[in-house]
Design a protein around this ligand. Structure first.
Ligand code: RFL
Length: 417
């Protein structure tokens, strides 16, 4: 098989890139290790910046988003038993964010691609990416049958922290795909990162000393907007997936097992951490319960030869600022523009600047995600001084200050197109 751009991974990054390239007339093939049902079921992000929603609309994937997405014009920061609303449009010149689950973004993009897009091979696990230093990279992959095992959320139900896993089922013969460029969109445990020669890139990494216990609950959200609490017992987040499904998280120590937290204990803790005035949290049946660690990673540069990395393959952010999916979209918009320019003009100038152009946005999102994480979480061993610092930062951000405007700007994100 041959193509112009080989895309590894059919997560949001790979699927959006395929869509953008298809519309620009650049040939591509997408290889995805998992089966379609698995990819469409994987619970992860929920919040789209306005720029990300605009890109989906622009490439024809905005119909259901506009019908079913929940537009949010603000969010609340809660601390010391009080709620402080951050109004996005007034602080950002009119920007908003949209709650629309990543599962639905992926379903919409897959449906479009299967209807009229470039080839998308499910169950095609890339085992090697070769010759990225030369003119003609080569991808080796095996096709696998789904074995019915649900590995959606990692080993213990952790959501999305998907580690390297074995084949899904019996592997067929190895096949090859020749191409001119490789887009590595296969997440942090994919084949693209493994193809980087030792010493070719630098990996910056940080692991935070706490995790998130998340639940999906079959109950209508208790608030129309996101509530983020910086309680001295730790962070809590009230979010939603749909008007009938709530998504809630609490900070827990690293190493926590979901089994340590019976449902009532979770609801009681959420009540304490999210408390503000007479507000009441509605309880309901817990549908899923999972623990995920918080980490930051950046690979620098995001390119080696003819292999360009995008999304979680290139960087990870802690979920506290909801930037991961949005950053992935930012990368592939930049990448699609670079490949399109090269395809039309023969010039590699934008491909050569791809990494630098992305990294400015990536580090900005890293900084904001780090700030939100340390602002709202209580580290092990924190004392009264640490808490006073945290409350001082929170008060500054919720007052009529330039800091409040900066918070809103970062939260709503910059336009991508
Ligand atoms: P994905 O989604 O991991 O997709 C990678 C795809 O590559 C496939 N793959 C392979 N295919 C072929 N051969 C191989 N050898 C392969 N190895 C892997 C995989 O099967 C998969 O289909 O990466 P992508 O596309 O870069 O997308 C990144 C986002 O998924 C991620 O950043 C976000 O989910 C992060 N995130 C959030 N981002 C936001 O923008 N807003 C949010 O509100 C938000 N909330 C979250 C989040 C992440 C969370 N977890 C799981 C840490 C909330 C949580 C709890």
């Amino acid at each position: 098989m041959r193509t112009t751009v080989a895309i590894i991974g059919a997560g949001p990054a790979g699927l959006l890139l395929a869509r953008l390239l298809h519309r620009a007339g650049v040939d591509c093939v997408v290889l995805e290790a998992r089966d379609r049902a698995y990819v469409e079921r994987r619970q992860r992000a929920g919040m789209l910046e306005q720029g990300a929603a605009d890109v989906l609309r622009e490439c024809g994937a905005g119909d259901r988003l506009d019908r079913e997405g929940l537009v949010h014009r603000g969010f609340e920061l809660r601390f010391e038993g009080e709620a402080h609303r951050v109004d996005l449009p007034s602080l950002t010149g009119g920007r908003t964010v949209t709650l629309y689950p990543q599962t639905e973004v992926v379903k919409d993009l897959i449906a479009l691609q299967l209807a009229d897009g470039p080839p998308l091979l499910f169950g095609a696990r890339v085992v090697a990416v070769e010759k990225t230093d030369g003119e003609q990279p080569l991808i080796r992959f095996v096709t696998e049958e789904p074995d019915g095992t649900d590995r959606t959320d990692g080993t213990d139900g952790t959501d999305g922290a998907e580690g390297p896993s074995g084949p899904a089922g019996p592997a067929g013969p190895e096949r090859t795909l020749e191409c001119e460029y490789v887009a590595g969109c296969d997440g942090s445990y994919g084949a693209s990162r493994r193809a980087l020669p030792p010493g070719a890139v630098r990996m910056h990494a940080r692991t935070y000393p706490y995790s998130w216990l998340g639940i999906l609950a079959d109950v209508a959200p208790s608030s129309d907007e996101l509530l983020l609490a910086g309680h001295e017992r730790g962070f809590a987040l009230h979010s939603m997936r749909t008007p009938a499904l709530s998504r809630l998280y609490i900070q827990v120590p690293n190493g926590t097992s979901p089994g340590d937290w019976p449902d009532d204990r979770i609801w009681d803790e959420l009540d304490v951490r999210l408390a503000a005035g007479g507000w009441r949290l509605q309880r309901g049946p817990v549908l899923t319960k999972s623990v995920s660690g918080l980490r930051s990673q950046v690979i620098e540069p995001m390119r080696h030869g003819r292999l360009l990395l995008a999304g979680d393959a290139a960087h990870i952010v802690p979920p506290s600022a909801a930037k991961g999916l949005n950053l992935a979209f930012g990368d592939v918009v930049t990448m699609a523009r670079a490949f399109t320019h090269w395809h039309r003009s023969g010039s590699t100038s934008l491909i050569d600047r791809y990494s630098d152009n992305c990294l400015r946005r990536v580090w900005q999102a890293q900084a904001f995600s780090h700030e939100m994480t340390t602002l709202l979480h209580t580290p092990p061993g924190a004392d009264a001084y640490d808490r006073a610092m945290q409350l001082t930062r929170l008060r500054r951000l919720t007052g009529p200050t330039a800091a409040a405007a900066e918070l809103a700007e970062n939260y709503a994100g910059a336009p991508l197109i």
